[in-house]
Write a protein that binds this ligand. Structure first.
Ligand SMILES: [Zn+2]
Length: 264
């Protein structure tokens, strides 16, 4: 079981190799301004670490735009449409699994993107609800105006389809099947270290930034404390660079359909 000293040692190893450990942060299920979301954005600002909010388009209300406008380095991604399950009973929950006609799913995604595209720093990225979707749908996402996808686990490919990027998350701090709260420092750090070590060893795509996934609406004190400490430790290590989502997905600046001005 990993501890904070192990994280420091791993980052020191990156530094010794002359490499930069890139990280990014995705927080899911945003719909409106709440005390928890304000707390999350405050942590992002205080540590000067960018965060990407995965916004549920159907439920997004008018409080989000002014909130995001006031926070530099906060991006908006599309979290499905309604976070609704369309899988039959007994099958793992999915909003965009192989359960509905492709045209219906793409039309729904396009509606969702139109609802959030004008949010400050909105990026055409589909964060799949429950971190899974029909892999056959990915190639069609540009028809809905979307040009990237994000789920959980090391990405198989940076470009899963022409014009579609992939950057996943790798660290889930929630104990969904147990307490419903924080999973604990050791388990959270194990996930961080698994991905960083695999990148350094070349066992996974080393160019994929290690992604922290959070869920502001479910955090207990343990979650908040971990995030605060993780941002503090990594922000102050010379081997680490926290990436904004625009750079995480399009390090080559080749985001389709958006100008640099519109993103900035
Ligand atoms: Zn979600």
């Amino acid at each position: 079981m990993a501890d904070w000293a192990d994280l420091g040692a791993e980052l020191d190893a990156w530094r010794a190799d002359g490499r930069i450990a890139t990280l990014w942060w995705r927080d899911d299920d945003a719909t409106r301004e709440t005390p928890a979301l304000a707390h999350l954005l405050n942590l992002s600002q205080r540590h000067e670490v960018p965060v990407a909010l995965a916004v549920i388009p159907r439920d997004a209300d008018a409080t989000l735009a002014p909130l995001l406008a006031g926070c530099r380095q906060v991006f908006a991604l599309q979290h499905g449409f309604a976070h609704a399950n369309h899988a039959p009973e007994g099958v793992r929950q999915e909003e965009y699994g192989p359960h509905r006609p492709r045209a219906a799913m793409l039309a729904e995604l396009a509606r969702g993107w139109l609802r959030i595209a004008d949010l400050p720093r909105a990026l055409p990225v589909l964060v799949a609800p429950w971190n899974r979707m029909d892999p056959d749908l990915v190639a069609y996402l540009p028809e809905a105006g979307l040009h990237a996808v994000s789920t959980l686990g090391p990405r198989p490919s940076r470009d899963p389809a022409p014009g579609v990027r992939c950057v996943n998350v790798h660290v889930d701090i929630m104990d969904w099947h147990g307490s419903g709260g924080f999973i604990g420092d050791a388990t959270a750090l194990d996930q961080v270290l698994d991905h960083l070590r695999a990148r350094r060893a070349g066992a996974v795509d080393a160019d994929e930034p290690t992604g922290l996934m959070t869920h502001h609406g479910f955090h207990d004190d343990g979650c908040w404390g971990f995030i605060d400490r993780f941002l503090d430790v990594t922000r102050n290590h010379r081997a680490v660079r926290w990436l904004g989502s625009d750079i995480a997905f399009w390090p080559d600046n080749l985001m389709p359909g958006r100008t640099a001005e519109a993103v900035g």
